[in-house]
Design a binder for this molecule. Structure first.
Ligand SMILES: [Fe+2]
Length: 208
């Protein structure tokens, strides 16, 4: 299955979502799950999921012994582009998780400050609360996020926090004052393997 980790379109317009969906469908007939980013409109995405049968919107799905969790961080943060999560809703999602399953979370905004100074202002506004809450989840193997347009990975308390690079262009996180693109960094995506354990590898496509 394919997971789109937010910012599917630049401008949240029905025709743009449909065009993207049809474009991806020329490559695969597998299920496509999506979470919203700061550029998306979750209400519109939910409408399209039900009325037009486009990108699937779920909060938890089970794949064999694994629980896959999709979070909505598209509530506006303090700064333009930032995000927030509904912690009360997250607690209801947590109650659906199986005690002994391996788990992976997908969310658009990173739950802690990372990267360039300007970018650190537009991470998840209430990330501290989310980090505290996820520390109570057993066997959380991965938290995979988008938004940062680059390659980040770190492990904390047996969970790998992994960014998905942009499929468009990467940000130059060494430039701290403003958004700068680095066209030399390859685009890419992550592939997760879900069986008795969860693992990943990252694909880069340098000659775009
Ligand atoms: Fe974003």
């Amino acid at each position: 299955m394919l997971v789109l980790s937010g910012d599917l379109v630049m401008k949240a317009d029905k025709s743009h979502y449909i065009e993207l969906y049809q474009y991806i469908r020329t490559f695969t007939h597998n299920p496509i799950y999506a979470i919203p980013g700061n550029h998306d409109d979750i209400v519109l995405m939910q409408e399209l999921a039900t009325q037009e049968n486009l990108f699937k919107i779920h909060d938890v799905i089970q794949i064999c012994g694994n629980d896959v969790i999709f979070l909505d961080s598209s509530e506006k943060g303090e700064y333009l582009g930032g995000g927030k999560i509904d912690i009360a809703y997250f607690e209801t999602i947590k109650s659906k998780l199986r005690e002994n399953s391996n788990k992976i979370i997908f969310i658009h905004h990173p739950p802690f400050k990372i990267g360039a100074d300007w970018f650190q202002k537009i991470c998840l506004d209430n990330g501290d609360l989310l980090m505290k809450s996820i520390s109570e989840i057993n066997h959380l193997k991965y938290l995979a996020y988008g938004h940062c347009h680059n390659y980040f990975i770190e492990e904390r308390e047996n969970t790998i926090f992994l960014s998905c690079p942009s499929s468009w262009v990467q940000f130059d996180h060494t430039c701290h004052d403003e958004i700068k693109y680095d066209q030399k960094i390859a685009i890419g995506f992550n592939v997760f393997h879900l069986s008795d354990d969860i693992s990943h590898h990252t694909i880069t496509i340098s000659d775009h």
